[in-house]
Each structure stands twice: as C-alpha cells, then as structure tokens.
Ligand binder design. Structure first.
Ligand SMILES: [Zn+2]
Length: 94
C-alpha cells in the first residue's frame, strides 16, 4: 500500500486495506462473470486506491462517505453527484 496511505484523506490504512480486499474479490467475481464494464469500474477503483485519489468524488472532489465506499467500494462519485448523474441519465432516456 505505502504511497496510497499518505494521500488518502478520508480512509485510514486499515479501512483502505479492507476496501482493497473487497475490490479484489469484486474483480474476481466480475472476471468470472466476464462482466467487462464492472471489471473496468473495479480496475479504476483499484488504480485510484493505488494513486491516492480513491475516496474523492471524481465530479466535485468531495470525500465520498465511508459508509458508501464500504457498501460500494468501486463508487467514484459522492451521493449527490451520483444522484445528479442518474437523474441526467433518466432525462436522456425519455
Ligand atoms: Zn461529488
């Protein structure tokens, strides 16, 4: 882990290790399912965990709530931005 530990702003190293374990098991599951999109999302989360940007919303940069990360370790957006994205997506579908 090392470098990710220092840059991690809202996740302590023990939690980060737990999240990494969760992400790795997600990756194994997605690979078994051959779910390319899911696999990509998980790979991106692992890369963010490695480079220290994990846990920050990709949209607004705010810290993603820990409860949200533990429920969905591959989450790349905070709840507010995720809801905005989903709303926009639904509007585009209509
Ligand atoms: Zn956000």
């Amino acid at each position: 882990m090392g470098t990710a530990e220092n840059a991690m702003h809202s996740v302590d190293s023990e939690t980060a290790a737990e999240l990494e374990r969760m992400l790795l098991s997600e990756r194994a599951r997605a690979a078994r399912k051959q779910a390319t999109w899911e696999l990509e999302v998980v790979e991106l989360a692992l890369a963010r965990l490695a480079d220290g940007s994990y846990g920050a919303c990709r949209q607004c940069g705010a810290a993603i709530a820990l409860a949200r990360l533990l429920a969905q370790p591959s989450a790349a957006h905070c709840l507010a931005c995720q809801q905005n994205i989903e709303r926009r997506y639904q509007v585009e579908q209509e």
